[in-house]
Design a protein around this ligand. Structure first.
Ligand SMILES: [Fe+2]
Length: 376
């Protein structure tokens, strides 16, 4: 099983993408609505098939990305039955098992932070995803959402501390940069419930934390009870000019096939060096040349009346070019995925000789050139 641990720095939430290497089936634990594009890009790039999104509990500090994932990738939404949330495909109780490929996660009921908290244990007991029940050197607060420190004490002691010492603990949050722990470590060193702490000690600690009211509570809880479906049914806003996809690296990209069909709707900027333009790969007709080395200083020369597609040999330099333009205030800009190399592999049209337009640093004057019209 492969594991990717992902982080949302606004809510300090950890999300976990688990995948079965043989079948490519995957699950995503505790996704974050605002991180949907990042997480979906990772799943696509790894060629995985997302089977389930899993929420360890109804979060009060962020909205789940479960509903968005279902819209985009067709995954099934799972959540604890106790909440009675809408849009849930698989309502979970403790004792059940979630399967993906040859992998399995045991579902353990670990209430106390909320009434419906679940923890998920790998079949070989090598790792456990504890949500907010057990945190690294901490435990989830118990002062709202039917929280109950007595229940949490027994959840941790009876359901989690009974796992092997070496079992890695992956928490739902951390605010100090700690990414994981182990059952043995927490059993010994957790200041709230480790060592010889009694139920009375734990409850005394938890009821006197004096934490501020969660800022997102009034927004997050109702949204999470819809599995993250926005109240108005809308998804994330899409680009209005083309099917732009954001990669896991954060680069906005557009497919060459789309550019070939919509060439006249965009401005194409080639960021290679002048000497490359007449090389083996050639160049697109009617492009502006502005080498990457000069782009920051000369970004004002790029017209803003159309969306900009940035191109280079393989899509590498142009990816940075895309980011430079975005930083310079270009809101409609994307990298040509795969660059000239992929463009040529697809047999798409290029300028046939150096006489066809490509002016150094100067935007082209006419929107369509001969080879575009005849070959597209
Ligand atoms: Fe929580």
């Amino acid at each position: 099983m492969t594991l990717h641990q992902l982080f949302d720095h606004v809510s300090s939430t950890y999300s976990y993408l688990l995948a079965d290497e043989q079948t490519g089936e995957a699950v995503l634990i505790d996704s974050v609505f605002e991180q949907h594009a990042r997480d979906a890009a990772l799943i696509r790039e790894l060629g995985l098939r997302l089977v389930y999104t899993i929420d360890t509990h109804c979060h009060a500090d962020h909205v789940t990305g479960a509903w968005l994932m279902k819209q985009e990738l067709g995954s099934q939404i799972t959540m604890a039955r106790v909440y009675g949330a809408s849009n849930v495909d698989l309502a979970l109780d403790g004792g059940e098992v979630i399967r993906f490929g040859a992998q399995a996660l045991e579902v353990r009921a670990t209430p106390g932070h909320t009434a419906g908290c679940l923890s998920f244990v790998a079949a070989d007991h090598a790792m456990v995803f504890t949500g907010d029940a057990l945190l690294v050197r901490g435990a989830g607060r118990t002062d709202f959402q039917q929280g109950d420190a007595h229940r949490l004490f027994h959840s941790i002691r009876d359901q989690l501390f009974t796992l092997p010492d070496a079992c890695i603990v992956y928490p739902g949050h951390d605010y100090e940069g700690r990414i994981s722990s182990s059952i043995g470590e927490e059993r010994r060193h957790n200041p709230r419930i480790g060592g010889a702490a009694s139920e009375q000690d734990f409850v005394g600690y938890m009821t006197n934390l004096g934490l501020p009211h969660p800022k997102q509570l009034e927004i997050a809880v109702p949204a999470n009870l819809r599995a993250g479906e926005p109240a108005d049914g809308s998804g994330l806003p899409a680009e209005d000019w083309g099917p732009v996809v954001t990669t896991y690296a954060g680069v906005k990209q557009i497919a060459p096939e789309w550019l070939a069909r919509h060439r006249h709707e965009v401005h194409v900027l080639d960021v290679r060096n002048p000497s490359e333009l007449d090389g083996e790969l050639g160049h697109l007709v009617d492009v502006q040349l502005l080498p990457l080395d000069e782009l920051r200083a000369r970004a004002a020369e790029v017209p803003r009346d159309k969306p900009v597609v940035v191109v280079c040999q393989t899509g590498t330099r142009s990816a940075l070019g895309t980011m430079i333009l975005a930083k310079a205030g270009f809101t409609r800009v994307a990298n040509l995925a795969g660059g000239m190399l992929r463009w040529r592999q697809l047999g798409l049209p290029v300028a046939r000789d150096a006489s066809e337009p490509c002016k150094v640093g100067t935007p082209p004057s006419s929107p369509m050139q001969r080879s575009d019209r005849t070959r597209m």
